[in-house]
Design a protein around this ligand. Structure first.
Ligand SMILES: NC(=O)c1ccc[n+]([C@@H]2O[C@H](COP(=O)([O-])OP(=O)(O)OC[C@H]3O[C@@H](n4cnc5c(N)ncnc54)[C@H](OP(=O)(O)O)[C@@H]3O)[C@@H](O)[C@H]2O)c1
Length: 454
């Protein structure tokens, strides 16, 4: 069976910077079907040779073109014209009947419905056919209403099992590792609740500003760009119950239950906007879009009801760092054994980016003749385990799973809908963002909620 991956928006940043490198690496690693064609759909007047030349200019890293060049074909189409989809159908049909066809929409979300309709009406995808799948990039809508409206259209044309909604955080190795750390280790699973865990911090800090993405970002902000998707996905994996089965049904079923029980404490919501944000092109001079958000949430179920979950994400901060910090409670019932010593609390940190690994702090007797107790770290470097240092990118894992028709790492519609409902509920209660010069200037605001981690 031949695989055809058709990318709409093949002249965009996502294709050049993420998808082409991921596809190249998958071919190099022998993880793609040997019989593969990548149809790069665009409105620009390119030949395949022109397209490859342009892509070579744009993909500035050390892309190994010899792997991908032979399988690329550029197809010039106007995606708003119905006939374009018949043309595409004819191109695909030339490859015979025995095909696995993936349609990847790397375009702005306002084009999702028109492309979905074109694909469906030209019978490029028919319902109940698992060999035809369609992939949507984030953001999936701008709020609950728009997401529901997009989704309604998609369900008109496709089965849920044919729809892949990307949240690239789920392709990161350490995010996938959360469930292994939790459920494959008795030491953690037996203590993974409010009885043992004092607090959880979910942090995704970025150093970069919005760059030239003013047009997109000013309508979105940090809550919708980061919290609705990446941070909600992280908390659902951290807090979910053990799934009945370790597959897409079992895992997604438990994740959505977490989101349904999650409540954001609006009293403690902190919004910020970095100084100079309004100087970017295409940003409203009176913009109150937040580029930073921090808040506390609770999960109303018997496992978590007294454990606070703290979230922080923002742009133009002191560092790029995504991690999950689990602070265990102090072991107070052994106080009588060491009455004069303040035992450290165990801390587990799941490092997602830029380093990937696990840090765990626990108490030991100090070496030598002393009886002192001290906290020491175990620091596991995940990426160091890969011999050539060639760590697969999140998009590699996600494209591989789409090729293998495995939707486990793709949010199901009810997860997206519930996450939007959480963000929408905040909309009316949002305070005006505080203007911050840098991360240090946010610290006084954060000292109550985040005193342990700032
Ligand atoms: N870039 C990333 O790292 C990233 C990460 C996560 C999610 N995403 C999402 O991925 C999608 C694409 O992002 P991007 O960064 O690649 O955007 P981009 O650089 O602006 O590229 C958009 C692509 O869509 C095409 N396009 C736009 N309007 C069109 C129209 N009316 N008719 C036909 N083609 C049209 C563009 O064609 P032209 O070249 O002809 O303009 C281009 O190929 C967006 O939904 C974005 O939110 C991107």
């Amino acid at each position: 069976m031949k695989t055809i991956i058709t990318v709409f928006g093949s002249t965009g940043d996502l294709m050049y910077k993420k998808l082409l490198p991921a596809l190249t690496n998958l071919i190099r690693r022998n993880r793609m079907n040997k019989d593969l064609e990548i149809l790069c759909v665009g409105r620009r007047d390119y030949t395949t040779e022109d397209y490859i030349q342009e892509a070579k200019k744009q993909s500035l890293d050390t892309l190994e073109w010899k792997y991908i060049e032979p399988v690329i074909k550029y197809v010039k189409l106007d995606i708003k014209e119905k006939e374009s989809y018949s043309t595409l159908n004819n191109i695909i049909k030339k490859n015979g009947q025995d095909l696995d066809v993936i349609f990847y929409l790397a375009v702005p979300p306002n084009l999702f419905p028109v492309i979905a309709e074109g694909i469906s009406e030209a019978k490029l995808i028919e319902k109940n056919d698992p060999s035809r799948r369609i992939v949507f990039e984030k953001p999936f809508g701008e709020d609950l209403k728009s997401a529901q409206s997009i989704n309604k259209k998609l369900w008109h044309y496709f089965d849920e099992s044919q729809i892949y909604r990307i949240d690239h955080f789920l392709g990161k190795d350490m995010i996938q590792n959360i469930l292994v750390i939790r459920f494959a280790n008795m030491i953690f699973e037996s203590t993974w609740d409010h009885e043992s865990i004092e607090s959880v911090y979910i942090i995704a800090k970025e150093k970069e500003d919005i760059g030239s993405r003013g047009n997109f970002y000013d309508n979105i902000g940090a809550l919708k760009d980061m919290v609705q998707n990446h941070l909600m996905q992280m908390v659902s994996l951290i807090a979910m119950e053990e799934p009945a089965t370790f597959d897409e049904t079992g895992i997604r079923q438990e994740k959505v239950k977490v989101l349904k029980n999650l409540r954001i404490d609006t009293e403690d919501l902190i919004l910020g906007q970095y100084q100079g944000y309004k100087d970017h092109d295409n940003v409203d001079q009176n913009s109150i879009t937040e580029t930073f958000v921090a808040f506390k949430a609770t999960i109303n179920n018997s496992r978590w009801n007294t454990t606070p979950f703290y979230f922080m994400t923002g742009k133009k901060l002191n560092e790029k760092r995504s991690e999950i910090i689990i602070n265990f409670k102090p072991n107070t019932h052994v106080k009588k054994l060491w009455p004069d010593t303040d035992l450290s609390k165990n801390q587990l940190i799941i490092r997602v980016a830029p380093e990937e690994g696990i840090y765990f702090e626990f108490n030991v007797k100090s070496a030598g003749l002393t009886s002192d107790i001290k906290a020491i770290p175990m620091d596991y470097c995940h990426t160091c385990q890969i011999p050539d240092g060639n760590v697969p990118e999140a998009y590699e894992k996600l494209i591989l799973d789409i090729s293998n028709n495995n939707p486990t790492l793709f949010p199901r519609w009810d997860e997206i809908e519930t996450a939007w409902a959480i963000i929408d509920a905040l909309d009316k209660k949002l305070p005006k963002p505080f203007i911050y010069k840098d991360y240090d200037s946010l610290k006084p605001k954060l000292k109550n909620l985040f005193k342990e981690v700032i």
